[in-house]
Design a protein around this ligand. Sequence first.
Ligand code: GDP
Length: 440
Amino acid sequence: MFNSLSEKLESAFKNIKGEGRISELNIANTVKDIRRALVDADVNYKIAKEFTDKVKETALGSKVLLSVNPGQQMVKIVQDELTALMGGTESEFNVTGNPAIILIAGLQGSGKTTFSGKLANYLKTKKGKSPLLVAADIYRPAAIDQLEVLGGQIGVDVYSERENKDAVSIAQNAIKEARSKNKNVIIIDTAGRLAVDEVMMTEVANVKAAVNPHEILFVVDSMTGQDAVNTAAAFNERLDFSGVVLTKLDGDTRGGAALSIKYTVNKPIKFMSSGEKMDTLDVFYPERMAQRILGMGDIVSLVEKAQEQFDAAEAAKLEKRIRKNQFDFEDFKTQLQQIKKMGNIKDLMGMIPGVGKQLKDVDINDDAFKGIEAMINSMTIEERRNPDLINPSRKNRIAKGSGKDLNELNQFLKQFEQMKSMMKMMNKMPMGRMPGMGRR
Ligand code: GDP
């Protein structure tokens, strides 16, 4: 995410970092580089200029010039300003109505339908809600099909009226349906056009007037940079939406949309979405995003993701096994499955400070563990429980069964042994606990 921006900002800080003393000229140069980095990331020039003017003013007015570590001070100032630019703090998402009505708007292809599915999934699995998805695109029957497929995947009902060409009455009927079926949130996926278009705007505005939504979310394809920001301004004028959703952050996005949109429409970014899988939706935290942009990772989100998957009973069992030195391949496999549930591996690793940019060109995907799993799956249950059984002839069989060569298998077995001896060592330490496995 935002790799090129992160790199350019890092190099902007380079000439000021490590300097014991700096001058106003140093600051001016750094600020100029920051501005260029922002403009290259497709941030509107006026916003970039105002941003860097503020950074400069704060830097000159604060103790940066006298501080022992001016580089760090500058990074901190930029971090604070980036956070403020993206909205400061996280914002509320209102699902208190019964049903709570959420209207989704945006251009065609921005990711509205995909987001509607993700939001329904999020509200169902994380907020304990009972959502109803509503297909209110009266022009493209395929859009209804798409929403039905997504609804099927996540186990959420979809309301549609294929013959009805009036989005307003579909939305009104959907509310009645929600009431009769005890659904407490309805998510209305509206029609989009390829560009801002009067008929589309009027239609969405009419739906808004008729159903009085609790939230109107404008969906933005982050890949489209400043264009997205202009479209947002047009939609906001007509709809006065309550929040923004950034989609496609998994792609090679430059950052322009994320950094400019709050400033332009003065509406908070509420969600960010990265990927086509239904569980890749996150609440937007400006502060964490600023940290990621500055290459500081996002440990808080990483830990939260781990905790979501965290099964206390399983973890206690595992801890006991590690303490007794009984950790085996069955446990290992369970752990891999837990990690995979947390999401895309490259995204996860990118949340570790300093790791993101190193992974930029590395091709890691969810298949990364496949080879290891194949090797474990080729072992018999006895072998998994008692790795000492694995003699040369068994090794041949396991390697063959998993499609790996003997070297790879040996390497994996060796790594597993090393891991076990490390666990043994940690057990002997007075605090002998695995990080993250302590009592809560
Ligand atoms: P709509 O026309 O606004 O409803 O957009 P869709 O939800 O149909 O999305 C348009 C295309 O973008 C589809 O091919 C989606 O699979 C894809 N898409 C949507 N959201 C994301 C995302 O967060 N990341 C990626 N990589 N693709 C996405």
